[in-house]
Design a protein around this ligand. Structure first.
Ligand SMILES: NC(=O)c1ccc[n+]([C@@H]2O[C@H](COP(=O)([O-])OP(=O)(O)OC[C@H]3O[C@@H](n4cnc5c(N)ncnc54)[C@H](OP(=O)(O)O)[C@@H]3O)[C@@H](O)[C@H]2O)c1
Length: 336
């Protein structure tokens, strides 16, 4: 089969080639990939800054895929040939809290990903792709939408009228804004671009703050919330900005620590965290059970993924370059 192979770190070492088409073992599905979507994780893996010790070489990259089952291994009962499925990043995390070794079983490193004509997904980890979404749309769900959903619902337990802050206008954040608004929350969004802020306000966000023009964006958020701060803040920026996020979150509020766009370490100022009694929780996507609940919610609320651009399979490198520039929503690669 045709596959993109990461032979070493660096985008130049991501090369289109051929490799053996895998055969499904007991319990496994062979999926003809329709589309994949890129997450920051995929770029960070190529750049060698995401758990580099786990990355096998060569690697078929990209975790998030949607496609059609074309063959099944012995004993498969949850799916049949012809069903449309999604991959689920933490392929063994099905419900409850994660085990400590979940990162060993993630697609797109260390398990082979979806940037190839076919991929193997165990039937237990596969999720039925929404009927009313194309493969391009469904491919955006496994990490970006699910991380937003888990942060807002399973962790945040957001209720109508509560205030949510979403950072930036990338994959996770646009889904977070859409889902939070459908839950009845008031959304404040930050972005480096005024046109992106306007676009999210058009979708229904309460307010936007340009974090480039207003470096003290947390003070602006306090002004917008009568000096209180938001109930839940979805942190994708990481780095030293986490201190500003504590400031922008209300006393007793929650931060979902999702990302590390500006850095994987931070000097956390403990006194504000202590005085404000902020809960800061690391988020690692979600279990499969949460994916199923999310799909039902997306269906009920007619939420459609916001796709910035769909690239052809041969243009995979251009898709990565687009992600590096900062997408509005999702960047997708059509595979077949
Ligand atoms: N822990 C998890 O389960 C999990 C799951 C998904 C993602 N993540 C992490 O979350 C982060 C975002 O992932 P993604 O896939 O959504 O990325 P993405 O689609 O590449 O989006 C990146 C966007 O982030 C915004 N941004 C960059 N620097 C920022 C800053 N200093 N403050 C606020 N916003 C900033 C930019 O938005 P503007 O152009 O609007 O400025 C940029 O477009 C990454 O670190 C990723 O690894 C973690």
């Amino acid at each position: 089969m045709k596959a993109w192979l990461l032979k070493d770190f660096g985008l130049d070492n991501l090369q289109l080639g051929e490799t053996a088409t895998p055969t499904p073992k007991a319990g496994e599905l062979l999926v003809k990939v329709g589309a994949v979507s890129l997450n920051f994780r995929d770029k960070a893996i190529v750049d060698g800054i995401y758990e580099p010790h786990r990355v096998p070489k060569p690697l078929i990259p990209v975790s998030d895929a949607a496609g059609t089952v074309v063959a099944v291994g012995e004993g498969v009962s949850r799916f049949a040939v012809g069903d449309r499925v999604n991959s689920h990043l933490y392929s063994r995390w099905l419900d409850g809290m994660p085990a400590s070794d979940e990162p060993d079983y993630c697609f797109g490193s260390p398990l082979p990903g979806g940037l190839a004509e076919f991929m193997i997904i165990h039937e237990d980890s596969a999720v039925r792709a929404p009927d009313d979404m194309t493969d391009e749309e469904a491919s955006t769900l496994p990490i970006a939408a699910l991380t937003a959903w888990y942060s807002l619902v399973d962790y945040g337990q957001i209720e109508p009228g509560q205030m949510v802050l979403v950072q930036g206008t990338g994959g996770v954040s646009i889904f977070a804004a859409q889902i939070a608004m459908a839950l009845g929350a008031k959304v404040i969004i930050t972005s480096s671009r005024d046109d992106n802020l306007d676009a999210v306000i058009k979708l229904g966000a309460m307010a936007g703050v340009n974090y480039r023009k207003t470096p003290d964006w947390a003070a602006e958020v306090l002004k917008l919330t009568d000096g209180k701060g938001v109930d839940l803040l979805l942190e994708v920026a990481g780095g030293e900005g986490v201190n500003a996020s504590v400031q922008a979150t209300k006393v007793g509020g929650k931060i979902a620590q999702i990302g590390f766009l500006t850095g994987q370490t931070t000097a956390l100022n403990l006194m504000p965290l202590i005085f404000r009694q902020t809960t800061l929780r690391g988020i690692a996507v979600a279990p499969r059970s949460s994916f199923d609940r999310m799909n039902a919610f997306l269906d009920t609320h007619h939420i459609r993924p916001v796709i910035d651009h769909v690239y052809a399979f041969e243009q995979a490198r251009e898709a990565y370059e687009h992600l590096a520039r900062g997408p509005f929503g999702k960047v997708v690669i059509k595979v077949s």
